[in-house]
Ligand binder design. Structure first.
Ligand code: B12
Length: 217
């Protein structure tokens, strides 16, 4: 029987919520084999699953070990899918992006997806990982001669680090040199305005559109 795409995305979501690694990995392998759109697979399947796990945790249905297990399964699926996404990357760089999750924050999944997508669209991406101090992000942007600095924050306590990036750039007279874009679940338009950042995106597809519009290529 042929399953509809919606059903496959739902099965992917359920595999994360059920903490069923075997099914999650099987579905990811099948998606690669069947040449499915892997961005959709990640964003409409697995990413919805991990968000649901977060909701269950918030409601007290899941405890921290289950949240961590869900994240680990999600990460293992990404490790399988990402190399196939990067295959189509263009040779010519359309611009350089330094991306990181800010200091104190270990949430890396969303930032990694955004970096991967940008790479797949031909941008040169330097992913510094998670829990990275603001100064270090700025130093890397200078060293790599980046056009854009992307900063992720998933905690209401760490998002202040995003503002710190802009403040340090201002102090060091570097505001004109880089565009700064923000992301992560707690980030809103008003927070971006308050930080004086150049933009934000709610998902990886919009992040690509944002970067494209900023670099004009
Ligand atoms: C998975 C997860 C974890 C995993 C992270 C694993 C990993 N390697 O990343 C683990 C289990 C380790 C974890 C730990 C913790 N977590 Co947690 N976690 C989550 C969860 C469920 C999902 C996050 C995620 O991966 N989402 C899927 C991705 C695809 O979405 P995303 O991150 O939002 O990214 C997308 C966009 O935001 C955007 N984007 C993201 N970054 C960027 C950057 C740029 C530049 C741009 C343009 C766009 C962009 O594009 C992405 C792709 O679509 C969220 C719930 C939620 N609703 O977000 C809680 C959540 C973020 N965690 C939370 C908390 C509290 C914690 C802990 C403090 C728990 C604890 N008591 O220890 C610790 C944090 C420790 C620390 N110092 O960082 C809270 C935060 C509450 C708050 N208001 O601050 C949340 C909201 C859960 C909740 N509802 O309470 N967590």
């Amino acid at each position: 029987m042929l399953l509809s795409q919606e059903q496959i995305f739902k099965d992917m979501m359920d595999s994360i919520v059920n903490l069923d690694e075997e099914t999650a990995i099987d579905l990811a392998s099948k998606a690669i084999k069947d040449n499915m759109n892997l961005i959709d697979v990640i964003e409409k399947g697995y990413a919805i699953g991990i968000q649901k796990v977060g909701e269950l945790w918030e409601e007290g249905e899941f405890f921290l070990p289950e949240l961590m297990r869900g994240a680990q399964i999600m990460q293992n699926c990404l490790d399988l899918l990402i190399p196939h996404l990067q295959k189509g990357s263009e040779e010519v760089s359309r611009g350089k992006v330094v991306i990181a999750t800010i200091e104190g924050d270990i949430h890396s999944i969303g930032k990694t997806i955004v970096g991967t997508m940008l790479r797949a669209y031909g941008y040169e991406v330097h992913d510094l990982g998670a829990d990275v101090p603001a100064e270090k992000i700025i130093d890397a942007a200078i060293e790599k001669d980046a056009d854009i600095i992307g900063v992720s924050a998933l905690l209401t306590t760490t998002m202040f680090g995003q503002k710190k990036i802009i403040e340090i750039l201002k102090e060091r007279n570097l505001l004109e040199r880089f565009k700064v874009i923000l992301g992560g679940a707690p980030v809103t338009r008003s927070w971006v305005n308050e930080c004086n950042a150049d933009g934000f995106a709610e998902n990886a597809i919009d992040a690509v559109k944002l970067v494209k519009s900023m670099l004009g290529k």
